[in-house]
Structures are given as structure tokens and as C-alpha cells.
Write a protein that binds this ligand. Structure first.
Ligand SMILES: NC(=O)c1ccc[n+]([C@@H]2O[C@H](COP(=O)([O-])OP(=O)(O)OC[C@H]3O[C@@H](n4cnc5c(N)ncnc54)[C@H](OP(=O)(O)O)[C@@H]3O)[C@@H](O)[C@H]2O)c1
Length: 315
């Protein structure tokens, strides 16, 4: 039965694959959530330059959702792709569906909700394809677990989209292990990732079974808000202040002056090999953060940062 493997799943054949069945992503991914507000990303021409800069730095994978930028970020990216004018096959596009926002763009929504009905998923993907100006999506994620999901109906829509070729791979986001197992049990193809909130200040996946499951299924997680959404740098909480100080101390020992890069190296040190989804809208920061892919943090440095974030030593 899918989802309860009786054998060890195959190891992904390439360093860059999320799963043995693909897709191949860049070591870090750039996420478009904040793109409409960014000084360097807020117009098609600026975003085209930013995209080109990302590609030159080694980021070829871009994370979207139908809802980003109040349902406007995908279309902005699609316009930027036209201005950029390069080959679609040089990029990997990830998008998501199922969150329904209260928005002037969706006057029919009277309450924020989730929708994993097959018809909604298919309509959402068709809209994402139009917005992005592409005829396929490399990876589609269910954005949030839907308490009203009928797994047979949802899986049927995902299988149809996969068979038609408009989506190449499927995964989930913010799903707990039993939710992953349930959906997987109805699918003919593997879920290739679970995109989760994970960072030096969001430690839950280490302890709630999420990363254990990623290892068990050999399914690399994607980590959203890998720098705590920027909160790491503002010193807004005691945890952020303690953790930043530890990142600086460990960075000094590693010869890395930028604490954000050390935070990403900490995250990528986990054996499930999470792929950080960067949210910065500044190319100079993308350049700095790409160094994290070359670092291998020592075990005791890793625990030093964990201890600072938790505020106590391990038991
Ligand atoms: N699946 C989900 O449910 C989900 C949820 C949220 C996000 N996501 C995805 O994850 C991506 C990343 O999320 P995120 O934007 O929260 O990630 P993040 O990388 O943790 O945070 C980005 C924010 O941190 C700021 N920042 C970065 N480096 C900084 C520094 N050195 N000093 C001060 N501020 C700094 C950035 O500002 P600047 O732009 O000025 O650099 C930006 O506002 C999103 O774009 C989206 O694709 C997914």
C-alpha cells in the first residue's frame, strides 16, 4: 500500500532531487510571496532582472501559490518571465492551491477557508498556468491540510493533472505525518515533498515527527520562512536575540560573518536535507545566502544553536 512502504524507499539519484522520482531543484529556492512589495521585485521589469540574477547565482527554482500577493504574484512573475525571455526548461516552477482568501479578487468568498475538492484544484491549476504563462508546473503542493478533504476525490484530481502532464510532480505543505500518509495512501505517485515552516526559531518539525517522516519516505522537505520571516534579525523576541548571538558566535568560529547564512547552514545540516525557500527581495542577500549550500556545520555548533534557540541544553 502506498504510504506504508514495506521496503526502504530508493535514495534520490542526484544531490539536487527532492525525491527519487524528482523533481531536481536548485540547492536553495526563491519564494515569490513578498515579490509585489519588494523594491527589486515589484514590477515585471525589475523581477525579470532579479530572476536573471537568481539564475546567475544558481537559483533556478521558484516557489509560488495562487494566493500570493492577493492572487497577483503569479501573474507578476508570468509577466517577468516574458520580459526575461529565456527558456522555460531552465526553471522549475512550484505552486500551491487550496487556501481560499477573503479578497476583492474573489468576491464569492465569505470566510477564509480551504478547498481540496477536485474541481477546485483543477480550476486553480488552470488559473496558475495562465498567470505564469506556462503550459506545465514542475511541482504542485496542497497548501494546507483541509479538514473536509475527501482523499479519494482530491487524489483523483491530482492523478488526472499528473496524467495530463500539466503538473509534473505533487507534494503537500504544512501537513502532519498522518495527513501525508492518508493522502499518499490514495495516490498512484509519490508525494515528493512537504513544505514546512522550519528554521532556527521554528523547531517543531524536529520533534513532532515531520522530519522523521521525511527521512523515512526519503522525501526532502522544503523549509519556508527559513530566516523566521526576518524576525531573526529584528530582535523582537528573547528567543531571536539568543539565537542571533549564537549564530554570530558560531559564524565567527566558521569564518562566516553573516548570521543569516549560518542559520541556513544550520537548517541544511539536518539529514533530511531541507531545501530553504528564501523570501528576501534583495539580490545582494540572495548572493550571500547561497554560500550556505557550500557549508557543513559541525555537530557541536549545530547543538550550540539549538540550545540557544530552546533556551536550555538538551536533556
Ligand atoms: N507553504 C507555506 O505555507 C508558506 C508560508 C510562508 C512562506 N512560504 C514560502 O516561503 C518563502 C519565504 O518565506 P519568508 O519570506 O517568510 O522567508 P524568510 O527568508 O525567512 O524571510 C524573508 C524576510 O526576511 C527579511 N530578511 C532577510 N534577510 C534579512 C537580513 N539579513 N536582515 C533583515 N531582514 C532580512 C527579508 O527582507 P528583504 O526582502 O528586505 O531582504 C524578508 O522580509 C515565501 O516567499 C513563500 O514562497 C510558504
Amino acid at each position: 500500500m502506498p504510504g506504508t512502504p514495506t521496503h526502504t524507499p530508493p535514495v534520490p539519484d542526484a544531490q539536487s532531487c527532492l525525491h527519487a522520482e524528482g523533481p531536481r531543484l536548485s540547492p536553495l529556492v526563491w519564494g515569490a510571496w513578498r515579490s509585489r512589495e519588494g523594491e527589486e521585485t515589484g514590477t515585471p521589469a525589475k523581477l525579470a532582472r532579479f530572476l536573471d540574477g537568481c539564475l546567475q547565482l544558481g537559483i533556478s527554482s521558484f516557489d509560488h501559490a495562487d494566493i500570493y500577493g492577493d492572487y497577483g504574484a503569479e501573474a507578476l512573475f508570468g509577466q517577468a518571465l516574458k520580459e526575461w525571455g529565456g527558456k522555460r526548461s531552465a526553471l522549475q516552477l512550484v505552486t500551491k492551491c487550496d487556501i481560499a482568501l477573503l479578497s476583492p479578487q474573489r468576491p464569492g468568498h465569505v470566510v477564509k477557508h480551504y478547498n481540496t475538492c477536485g474541481d477546485h484544484i483543477i480550476a486553480s491549476v488552470e488559473q496558475s498556468l495562465r498567470n505564469l504563462g506556462t503550459d506545465y508546473i514542475d511541482l504542485l503542493l496542497l497548501h494546507r491540510p483541509d479538514p473536509l478533504m475527501n482523499p479519494d476525490n482530491t487524489a483523483d484530481a491530482l492523478d488526472r493533472l499528473l496524467r495530463s502532464g500539466v503538473i509534473r510532480h505533487i507534494g503537500v505543505s504544512n501537513h502532519n505525518p498522518s495527513q501525508v500518509r492518508l493522502l499518499q495512501s490514495r495516490l498512484g505517485r509519490p508525494l515528493v515533498t512537504n513544505q514546512i515552516e522550519f528554521s532556527v526559531t521554528s523547531l517543531a518539525p524536529l520533534f513532532d515527527g515531520t522530519l522523521d517522516q521525511a527521512l523515512e519516505l526519503r522525501m526532502r522537505p522544503m523549509a519556508w520562512s527559513p530566516l523566521g520571516g526576518g524576525g531573526l534579525f529584528t530582535g523582537a523576541t528573547e528567543q531571536a536575540r539568543r539565537t542571533l548571538a549564537a549564530l554570530e558566535a558560531v559564524g565567527a568560529e566558521m569564518g562566516i560573518g553573516d548570521p543569516g547564512t549560518v542559520a541556513l547552514a544550520w537548517l541544511m545540516r539536518h539529514p533530511s536535507r531541507p531545501v530553504p525557500v528564501l523570501g528576501t527581495t534583495r539580490l545582494d542577500r540572495v548572493r550571500t545566502y547561497m554560500q550556505a549550500a557550500q557549508l557543513k556545520m559541525q555537530r557541536q555548533h549545530w547543538f550550540q544553536i539549538l540550545e540557544a534557540s530552546q533556551g536550555h541544553e538538551v536533556p
